[in-house]
Design a protein around this ligand. Structure first.
Ligand SMILES: Cc1cc2nc3c(=O)[nH]c(=O)nc-3n(C[C@H](O)[C@H](O)[C@H](O)COP(=O)(O)O)c2cc1C
Length: 200
């Protein structure tokens, strides 16, 4: 191929990438939620599981529990992260970079009775904190066939990637559209719960 053709081909590829750019997590820009596929059924039993360091995700989780009558469950690392922000950030990055699933404290005894499980966390280093990976993969909970609804709290970046990670970690579940929340701004929670047919 002539150099000019190679340059032209690369330019076309760049334009296509800009127009339809894929994210590097899945090759898909839009997370594959099955929004609107579930009918509203208020008899469903609901669990609201969340991980939170500084309280923002907990605040969203509490709002969801209030609106839905769901039961709250806090995902906790067996050995807590440092209280010091910098040290905590380093510990979290080390875990993420090395694909570590930290041990967790606490157990949901009656997990099987829940039909809907909200799973929420802050964005940490562009994705879900590794205790959430442990919760979804290593604790022996079977999410197959359950409705798993992701939500997250973030400061600036990567909320969709974080929601998508929760979707990816529960491949056999049904996923209504998740909710990204800037810090603890819960004003959209009620409308979102209606839109995804969890409440009427
Ligand atoms: C270790 C660490 C990494 C973070 N990485 C991100 C990030 O990649 N993108 C972002 O928008 N916010 C990031 N944040 C900010 C948190 O997502 C944000 O403050 C969130 O609201 C905290 O929720 P929480 O109070 O439930 O812990 C990070 C915070 C920490 C502690």
């Amino acid at each position: 191929m002539k150099p000019s053709c190679i340059v032209r081909s690369l330019s076309v590829l760049c334009v296509l990438q800009c127009l339809f750019g894929c994210n590097h997590f899945t090759g898909s820009k839009v997370p594959l939620y099955e929004a609107d596929t579930i009918a509203c059924d208020t008899s469903r039993t609901i669990l609201v599981a969340y991980f939170s360091r500084s309280g923002n995700t907990r605040c969203i989780a509490e709002t969801i529990a209030e609106q839905t009558g769901g039961t709250l469950f806090c995902v906790e690392r067996a050995t807590p992260y440092s209280d010091e922000f910098r040290k905590c950030a380093d510990e979290a990055k080390e875990e993420r970079d090395n694909d570590i699933r930290p041990l967790l404290a606490g157990k949901i005894e009656d997990f099987d009775r829940y039909d809907v499980i909200f799973v929420g966390c802050p964005v940490w280093w562009h994705t879900a904190p590794m205790p959430v990976w442990s919760f979804l993969e290593n604790e022996g909970y079977d999410f197959t066939g359950k409705i798993v609804v992701p939500f997250c709290s973030y400061a600036n970046m990567f909320p969709e990637e974080t929601l998508l990670k929760i979707v990816e970690l529960t491949p056999g579940s049904i996923h209504p559209r998740g909710l990204p929340v800037k810090e603890r701004d819960t004003k959209e929670v009620k409308d979102w719960l209606r839109t995804i047919h969890i409440i009427e």
